[in-house]
Structures are given as C-alpha cells and as structure tokens.
Ligand binder design. Structure first.
Ligand code: FAD
Length: 321
C-alpha cells in the first residue's frame, strides 16, 4: 500500500501502542483513542517479564512469544527502553518436566541444591527479558508520537464499536479487559493481581513460585524498586488493596529472598489481567466499508506476546483493500 490510510486503534496499553508503532513504521497513518493513557493503564501496573502466564493457545503463544523475545533482545541493547535481560529463578517442591516455553529462553539450567531456598527441592534458572513497564511504555509512547502517530484521550469509555464504523475503514480493538463490555465477550474474565512495591535492597534475580509451598509468590527487581506479588484470582473484579494479602506477599517474599528484610514498603497496587479462553486476534468485516481487527485477551502475558501479535495485526491490515 503506497498511500497512507488512517487506522484507528482503540486502547493505549502495551497492545495498542505496539500495534501503533508497527503500523506507523510500515507506512500507515494511525490514531490511538483510549479512555486511559499511560501511566494509568493496566499495562503500567504489570511488573513485567517475558513469561507466558495464563495465556492460550500454546502453539500461537510460542509463535508470538518468539517474535517478541527477539524484539526485546534488540531493545535491550538500546538505552532508555526499560528492557534488560535478567535471570528468572523458578521454584518447585518437586522435579517438573521442562515447561513448553523454555525452548525460547536463554541459558536454561537446573539449580544446584545449595541455591534452593528452604522447603524447595527443585528449581531452574533461565535468562529472559525484564520489562520495566513505566519506562518501556513511555519509550513506546514517544516512539509512536515521533513516528507521526496521534493519541486522543477520550473523556469516557466507548460503549459500542458500532459508533466508529461509518467514518473508519480499519479499527483495531486493543481494549484488553474493556472488551468484556465493549464486545459483550463472555469468554473474558479478570485475573486479579495484587502487588507490593518496595525499595530494592540488592535483589538481582526474578523469583517465581507458582505451584510450590509459597504459591503464588514472585519478586521482580527493577532499577529503582522491587515488585512483590501476588495473586491470580479469576473472576475477581475488586480493585481495592487487601492489606492482609499484602502482609502475606511480604512475608512470603522474605522467605524467598531474605535480603528483603531491609526493604522499605513504598506502595500497594491491584491490576486485573485480561483473561480469556484464548487470545482473540482476528479480523471481522462489520460493514461494507469497515473491518475491525481484534487483538485482546492476553492474560498475564500482554508484554510477552505484544510484538508477535502486532506483526499478525499488520499482516491482517495488509489484506484489507
Ligand atoms: C499483576 C499483573 C502482573 C502482570 N505480569 C505480567 C508479566 O510479567 N508479563 C507480561 O507479559 N504480562 C504481565 N501482565 C499482563 C499484562 O499487563 C496485560 O496482558 C497487558 O497489560 C494487556 O495490555 P493491553 O494493552 O491489552 O490492555 P490494557 O493495558 O488494559 O490497555 C487497555 C486500553 O484500552 C482502553 N480501553 C478499554 N476499554 C475501553 C473503552 N470501552 N473505550 C475506550 N478505551 C478503552 C484503556 O483505557 C486502555 O488504554 C500482568 C498483569 C498484571 C495485572
């Protein structure tokens, strides 16, 4: 396509911004509209690291995850992106088969007994991209604007997609959990995640116990702080902090990383992961002139899959005349 066609993206989290950058850099004209912009999106709350968590189907997750891993590898070599490689220490109370996604990561090795925290009998260590979300989303936002994109903050959430059909040829729906209402999508559900932000007393591994004695506990060190988690409560829409849960997160985290006994508590947060039976990435022709491309439902892995999904969105856009 040589002429620039304007595309509307709804949503300014990691999915909308990544698709926006991808399309602009392939010579399309793009506007993002959204009710919330960074730093107020769910994407900003995620700690986050490359890790396919509660996201389906496996085969597509592998494809999208691999493309994103490669892109983050490039970004980790540039200053100011918020991307760096870090060791992820996965902990278990028994030996487990290698998870399917480990074929994509760097330097898999089983942990030595001497490295395991108390009460754990198995663990492995891999190297993965760590995504410092406030820095990375600002980087993406700026890259989008510098490439000629426009961003409009809506005063209110859209209540239907139909209102956009008459004036737009291509609409990309990147509304995350917003699609539960916007598309009446009953395959969507929140997965509530509660977090505690602390100072970083020198932690340099991501720790993760998802199935072991302290499940679920994870620790994500960043440049200026540490994020401790957490919960993954399906169908729970509650955005209020539960301080009893925070206490549990803090005490569990100290068992995994005793250095945290010196950490200062800075903040408490709750975010709702956009859970779905599987990621919805497809084009739907909704009128003679308008096609909607849906790209939402990335569960606990919106960052892990973002560049792979954006590539599929671009390929779908290219098929529309
Ligand atoms: C606690 C927690 C930990 C996580 N950890 C990780 C991790 O380690 N790795 C990882 O890859 N992922 C992680 N995730 C998941 C990741 O954050 C999400 O998958 C991702 O943020 C989804 O991005 P999105 O752009 O699709 O949606 P969002 O970030 O929710 O953005 C949605 C956008 O759509 C807009 N919108 C929604 N509805 C409407 C409407 N009706 N009208 C107008 N605008 C609308 C919103 O305003 C917003 O701009 C975590 C999430 C949580 C909560």
């Amino acid at each position: 396509m040589t002429e620039k066609n304007k595309i509307i993206i709804i949503g300014c989290g990691v999915s909308g911004l990544t698709c926006g950058v991808k399309l602009l850099e392939n010579d399309f004209k793009v506007e993002i509209i959204a009710s919330k912009l960074p730093p107020h999106t769910t994407s900003n709350i995620a700690p986050a690291y490359w890790y396919p968590y509660r996201v389906y189907p496996e085969e597509k997750v592998l494809k999208w995850g691999e493309i994103s891993f490669a892109e983050y590898t490039k970004l980790s070599k540039q200053n100011g992106t918020g991307i760096s490689f870090m060791k992820l220490f996965k902990l278990f109370d028994k030996k487990v088969p290698k998870p399917y996604w480990t074929k994509l990561v760097r330097n898999f090795r089983e942990a030595k007994q001497s490295e395991l925290p108390k009460n754990y009998s198995y663990g492995f260590i891999v190297e993965i991209p760590q995504i410092e979300t406030p820095v990375y989303l600002k980087y993406l936002y700026d890259r989008f604007i510098e490439s000629g994109g426009k961003i409009t903050k809506l005063e209110e959430e859209l209540t239907s997609l139909e209102q956009l059909y008459p004036e737009n040829k291509i609409i990309i729906n990147c509304t995350g959990l917003g699609s539960y209402k916007l598309c009446s999508d009953k395959n969507m559900f929140p997965i509530r995640g509660q977090l505690v932000r602390t100072s970083n007393p020198g932690i340099d591994y991501i720790y993760n116990d998802e199935e072991g004695p302290l499940s679920m506990t994870y620790i994500v060190p960043r440049s200026k702080d540490c994020i401790l988690g957490g919960t993954a409560q399906e169908n729970n829409w509650d955005l209020e902090v539960d301080y009893k849960t925070s206490d549990k997160i803090i005490s569990n985290s100290k068992i995994l990383a005793p250095k945290l006994k010196d950490a200062k508590i800075l903040d408490h947060k709750v975010g709702l992961r956009p859970g779905r039976t599987e990621v919805r990435l497809e084009a739907a022709k909704v009128s003679n002139n308008c096609t909607v491309i849906h790209n939402y439902g990335h569960g606990g892995a919106g960052f892990t899959l973002s560049w792979g999904c954006a590539e599929d969105v671009l390929n779908l856009v290219k098929t529309i005349n």
